[in-house]
Write a protein that binds this ligand. Structure first.
Ligand code: C5P
Length: 219
């Protein structure tokens, strides 16, 4: 029998990673940050001198990604890269390599394997639509671009107005557009997903909403 999966999709900086990992912790389930795999692929390509647009070569790197997740850290060839993959330019690279069908295909089974030995909470853009279409619960977690930019600025200790803030807002909107408008596995709310707008919710409230949804279907 397949392990149950909760799929949480949403745009960048929506807080879905934090919410998904906390839901996993509350339930005692495994957690998959699928965006990390695309970020790792972009970083690995950069390290290997492969252009992000070179589909065949990037897909080959994605297939062979020497990644290890251990104790909350991510290792690429045994070097810790948790911080390096969060850089904004790697996020843009991830968005670029994620638009390549061969790269998505190369990462598909690797993502499904996370549910092989444990129930799983998975977050990304196409968890509900492509990777785990049989997920027991599908959540589309979002917030307005303005609120997401404010959260990112707070994380970075930047003011909530001015040129730096406008740049953050611009980057978020650009990545949204790239993720929504691409031909393969675009970011969209699955027909059977529950919409969770966190613009006016804090993390605890959002986690509780997801857990409540799960308890409802579990009973
Ligand atoms: O979620 P995160 O911001 O880490 O994802 C980085 C990029 O990877 C996204 O902008 C998106 O283009 C891509 N991605 C994807 N499918 C996923 C997860 C991430 O296309 N399941």
């Amino acid at each position: 029998m397949n392990n149950p999966v909760i799929a949480i999709d949403g745009p960048s900086a929506s807080g879905k990673g934090t919410v998904a990992s906390r839901v996993a912790a509350v339930l005692g389930w495994a957690y998959l940050d699928s965006g990390a795999l695309y970020r790792l692929t972009a970083l690995y390509a950069e390290q290997q001198g492969v252009a992000w647009g070179d589909e065949a070569q990037v897909a080959a790197l994605a297939q062979a990604l020497p990644v290890r997740f251990a104790d909350g850290e991510i290792y690429l060839h045994n070097a810790a890269v948790g911080a390096a993959i969060r850089a904004e330019h790697i996020g843009m690279g991830a968005s670029q390599v994620a638009a390549l069908p061969q790269v998505r295909a190369a990462l598909l089974q690797r993502q499904r394997d996370f549910a092989a030995h444990s129930p799983l909470v998975a977050d990304g853009r196409d968890m509900a639509s492509v990777v785990f279409p049989d997920a027991v619960l599908k959540i589309f977690l979002t917030a307005s671009a303005q609120v997401r930019a404010q959260r990112r600025a707070l994380q970075l200790n930047l003011p909530l107005e001015g040129a730096a803030f406008e740049q953050i807002l611009h980057d978020i909107e650009a990545r949204d557009a790239a993720d929504r408008n691409r031909a393969v596995a675009p970011l969209q709310q699955a027909a059977d997903a529950v919409l969770l707008d966190t613009s006016d919710l804090n993390i605890e409230q959002a986690v509780k909403k997801v857990i409540d949804c799960y308890r409802q279907i579990e009973n």
